[in-house]
Design a protein around this ligand. Structure first.
Ligand code: 13P
Ligand code: SF4
Length: 335
């Protein structure tokens, strides 16, 4: 069943138009459904605070993939975006994987359509393909190794220095990795709409007003923003840095959802979202923020929308993810 069919099914059943009883305690209902249905609720750091608060596990893409692989639950509810839930299904074919809103996509994943990428790869037959986990199952199936922002450097370093590499789909992460590792990987021209939008000029002005603030940034940001960052890392690494570093003020150049955990674990510190280059709330990922507590409750109640996948595609996409998990384990990045 494709996305359209699944959405049509939900629409037909009226789930998407359901008016929820305003008196319903959604937190209690979600906890009840978790127990009744032996369900684990996994949430990415970019989810809204209410969803993070009710989740069984909150993490970055690497942590979530590992949790999805090791869970004993019958149902995985993935509060994140489509490629993340798809990854959970690839690793756990026997489990029901649910995503509260099937339209929760990703601009980065969309920037690499499989037919175009296949043609690009065919032009460079001697290259190994390393793909960022923020891509579709079709792109994963065309890749040799997957990486996340937590393990990308170690993954690249595990490949012999003379082996040419295509890195897809994020050109910013790829360029940062080229600098860090001294490689000259061929980069696919994709980017994340949230991390691309930060304004260097506004960050610089903010630094003048907050001279003691450190800039911490996700490597999906553009090179000019990364150049002024005091620390660069995945969402988990940024969170850990904010907990262990001695500064008390931070300008955070990534999606705003992570500020919830930063503020919870360091209430005495100040976290300022890095400003985007226009007046919108563009450092909220519109895809991540499609998930709501209401949709989460409905999806657990009706066990839809479900992620379904062709078995041949699943097996082909699993190989490079397994490779990533093996390298991450050998490097001590996961247990
Ligand atoms: P990480 O979860 O690896 O930090 O990546 C951030 C992101 O953009 C997820 O969509
Ligand atoms: Fe995709 Fe960027 Fe949103 Fe992450 S923050 S899901 S990379 S669009």
């Amino acid at each position: 069943m494709n996305i359209q069919t699944a959405m049509a099914g939900l629409q037909q059943k009226g789930f998407l138009d359901l008016e929820l009883d305003a008196e319903l305690d959604l937190f209690a209902e979600i906890e009840r459904l978790k127990k009744e249905k032996n369900t684990i609720l996994l949430a990415h750091y970019y989810q809204e605070p209410d969803i993070q608060d009710v989740a069984d596990y909150i993490g970055d893409s690497l942590g979530l993939a590992q949790k999805a692989r090791e869970t004993n639950a019958d149902i995985i509810v993935f509060a994140g975006v489509h490629f993340m839930a798809e990854t959970a299904k690839i690793l756990n074919p026997g489990k029901k994987v649910l995503l509260p809103d099937l339209k929760a996509g990703c601009s980065l994943a969309d920037s690499a359509p499989a037919p175009l990428f296949r043609a690009f790869k065919e032009k460079h037959p001697d290259h190994l393909v390393v793909s960022y986990i923020n891509c579709t199952a079709d792109i994963k199936a065309l890749s040799d190794i997957i990486c996340t922002s937590s393990n990308a450097e170690k993954i690249i370093e595990s490949i012999p220095a003379d082996q040419p590499i295509i890195f897809a789909p994020d050109k910013n992460l790829g360029a940062w990795l080229n600098k860090k590792t001294g490689r000259n990987m061929l980069l696919w021209n994709g980017a994340c709409m949230v991390h691309e939008i930060f304004s260097l000029e506004k960050i610089t002005k903010l630094k003048i007003r907050h001279p003691r603030a450190k800039v911490i940034a996700h490597p999906e940001c553009e090179d000019a923003v990364l150049a002024v960052a005091d620390y660069i890392g995945s969402t988990t690494q940024l969170l850990k840095y904010s907990q262990t570093d001695s500064a008390t003020e931070y300008i955070v150049a990534t999606e705003t959802g992570i500020l919830h955990q930063m503020q919870l674990s360091s209430p005495e510190k100040t976290f300022i979202p890095a400003p985007p280059n226009n007046n919108c709330a563009c450092n909220d990922c519109p895809h991540m923020k499609l998930n709501t507590l209401e949709k989460l409750y409905l999806c657990m109640q009706y066990e839809q929308p479900e992620i379904l996948m062709d078995e041949d595609l699943r097996l082909a996409a699993k190989k490079p993810i397994d490779r990533m998990l093996e390298i991450s384990k050998a490097a001590g990045l996961i247990g």
